[in-house]
Design a protein around this ligand. Sequence first.
Ligand code: BGC
Length: 418
Amino acid sequence: MRSILKTNTALALVLMISGGAASAQDNGVEVLHWWTSGGEAAALNVLKEDLEGQGIGWTDMPVAGGGGEQAMTVLRARVTAGNAPTAVQGLGFDIVDWAKQGSLADLNTVAAQEGWDDVVPSALQEFAKIDGKWVSAPVNVHSTNWVWANKAVLDANGIAVPTTWDEFTAALETLKAAGITPIAHGGQAWQDATVFDAVAMSVLGPDGYQAAFIDLDEDVLGGAKMQEAFERMDVIRANVDENFSGRDWNLATAMVINGEAGFQMMGDWAKGEFLNAGKVPDQDFLCFRFPGTAEQVTFNADQFMMFDQGGAVSDEQAALASAILSPSFQSAFNVVKGSVPARTDVSDEAFDACGKKGMADLAAAAASGNLFGSMAHGHAAPASVKNAVYDVVTAHFNGEFDSEEAVAELVDAVSIAK
Ligand code: BGC
């Protein structure tokens, strides 16, 4: 399906909507997702093999496009055509929306049998258990405020892990002077917004981030600190290569892996690409929180929404949900994906240094009130607001607005969208 998508998107869309290319196998599940990069596909295989081991067939419905915007477009078309897939990867407020529309099956029986209430953190339950009904199975917790670095490149240029904005900008200057692309980036709206998540958190601080992106407070959205955040985006923009526009995120990660670039600011799905290329944390690559956000975690959690197929939740949907929440799967999958478990009772033993740090950071941030839903990945505000923020951040990144104009546009766009 992936190659069809590349060569003939229109035909693929028709097939997807009609279900002609992907009707669920008997006794199986049809799974719509956007895990198409090397690292993502490797992680998805862990789930496929788990289900195959239980004799449950898997019909794959990949829709390429990081962050899942294209997948959500295909989903909307499928649901409108009365042909919803069995299980669909979803994020945050999108899940809440589908639940409120009555499109999702009730997973309460399996959730009660397996005690999900006790092991899934409350920050996730907000997006999985809607009006008292479990509607989706949380797979993981990702977070967006990470930086990934090529260790050999940093060492060769005498750069230590930067912990402040000034140290970071000094490192960017050093790399530029050495002829290395300082920041690997893909100019796509969701990637610009992912970078902005971290930059905004570092400038606004946790209270400001909450006020701006979760409470949608106009004073903070339009304030001097927000302007400073946009000014920092200008610095980031000045440190990407000239071919950044439209590049997929995993190709940007490859630039860091290959030593063409020093850093990438990206969620921890980037780690899946390093691992897939045989790289080892602390040896080949470094992971650290974006300077100025060491205490905070801006999270997003992938879940599989189970779409109502007319009647009670099917045995296959229940089996998929149960497989996803099992502690052994949560460990095996997240070790490969780069994320951390969506349950609080999974050991960090099998995780590498970045995974262990991710788990410890998440627990600490949750305990200290420093855990916030990612704006860029649909966990801070509903899609309409998220898209409004995307538009402004991207237009600014591409030089359409200066930072002062961007702040005014942000206030307007959010007030129209909310
Ligand atoms: C998802 C990740 C995925 C990334 C890039 C994020 O929104 O949560 O699972 O790897 O997009 O595709």
